[in-house]
Design a protein around this ligand. Structure first.
Ligand code: MG
Length: 372
């Protein structure tokens, strides 16, 4: 079974504004039509263009058919171009619908297993009016009304015969199919499958694309500090009584250091040592929230926000459990996020290694950043 996609892009649509037909305008750095073609990359593709667009289409690396005077004539030309090539099913899609979700294409193809035709649509949810001279002149029942989308899918032989038998223009290929007596199944469309028509549609499409390609970043951090004489340790912003202290240039908050490094790691901006060199006397004894606050500032400056962070402290003593909530709260306050996004937990190392011998404390952290 061979499925072909016909992408109809021969129109001169000018309502979208700009110097070029809308399917050739840029969307997120590429022509609209390049996005559309990509959605069908797994299939035989035929792009139907206006004769004036030959040069523009040359760089797309896809089979091109010159369209006719009407949309119906353009589709007919592409269907004829596919004749004799073993195509069994065909999807006919508007070039100006660049964001068609893969799930919509899949629903159309699945429905073709039981129908000669299938097409996506969304039920009309707004009230419908008629209007005249700037005033509402009546209302219409929206029951049973759908907003049609593409791709419209068909048994290839059936839709080719329907087009050959059809004369004149039609609203779409479903209309051509129905005129030939073919039943067309309705499958669920998608609001993201918008048809670029007005200038504002480009901004909407860019926003949808940005959501799809969201840059999610994960960083990890690791730190160790040795015990020294003392009567408390600072861990994740909380002063915890202990029979020893932690040795360090700053307050030696090993958990906060690991977390800060996780954030720098997610941003690929080095580590604490690069931003706050231990050789610089101004950081001697510094409270570690200075480092974490700086890292949070870098998140904002780079256009991200913190989605979550997870810190694991590794030590036999002090016991972390009784302080874990206070630690999460302290970190969340410094970071300006909800407590529910910050985890602090602990483990021993079963008396093994330097943490097991109580020579020091180790900490691991991960941080997830998403585009703000
Ligand atoms: Mg450290």
């Amino acid at each position: 079974m061979t499925t072909a996609a016909i992408i109809v892009a021969a129109g001169r649509g000018s309502r979208a504004g700009g110097d070029l037909p809308k399917q050739w305008q840029m969307l997120a750095g590429r022509p609209v039509i390049a996005h559309t073609l990509e959605a069908f990359s797994a299939m035989v593709r035929v792009l139907v263009i206006h004769p004036d667009d030959r040069n523009r289409a040359a760089g797309l690396g896809v089979e091109v058919v010159i369209g006719g005077a009407t949309r119906t004539a353009s589709v007919r030309a592409a269907l004829e171009a596919l004749a004799g090539r073993g195509v069994t099913r065909v999807l006919i899609h508007d070039g100006a619908r660049p964001l068609v979700p893969a799930a919509v294409i899949a629903r159309v193809l699945t429905a073709l297993d039981g129908h000669k035709g299938a097409a996506p649509a969304l039920p009309v949810t707004d009230a419908l009016w008629t209007g005249a001279e700037g005033e509402v002149s009546g209302t219409r029942n929206r029951e049973g009304l759908f907003r049609a989308q593409t791709p419209q899918g068909f048994d290839y032989a059936a839709i080719l015969a329907a087009h050959r038998a059809h004369s004149g223009e039609a609203a779409d290929d479903v209309a051509v199919a129905r005129a030939a007596g073919l039943a067309v199944a309705i499958v669920e469309g998608d609001e993201a499958n918008l048809k670029l028509t007005w200038p504002g549609d480009f901004a909407r499409a860019e926003a949808i694309l940005k959501g799809r390609d969201m840059d999610v970043r994960l960083g990890n951090g690791f730190d160790v500090h040795a015990f020294c004489p003392g009567d408390h340790v600072w861990l994740c912003g909380v002063k915890v009584p202990h029979d020893r202290g932690l040795l360090g240039h700053s307050d030696a908050d090993v958990g906060m250091h690991a977390l800060t490094d996780a954030i720098y790691g997610a941003l690929a901006e080095g580590d604490i040592g690069q931003h706050f060199p231990p050789s610089d006397p101004q950081w001697k004894g510094a409270p570690s929230h200075i480092f974490l606050t700086h890292a949070m500032g870098r998140i904002a400056a780079r256009g991200f926000r913190l989605s979550n962070a997870d810190v694991t402290l590794i030590c036999e003593r002090p016991k972390i459990g009784p302080h874990a909530v206070a630690m999460r709260t302290a970190l969340a306050q410094i970071m300006g996020v909800e407590v529910g996004r910050i985890s602090v937990k602990a483990t021993t190392s079963e008396r093994l290694g330097f943490t097991g011998r109580e020579e020091g404390i180790a900490a691991l952290a991960t941080a997830t950043l998403v585009q703000a």
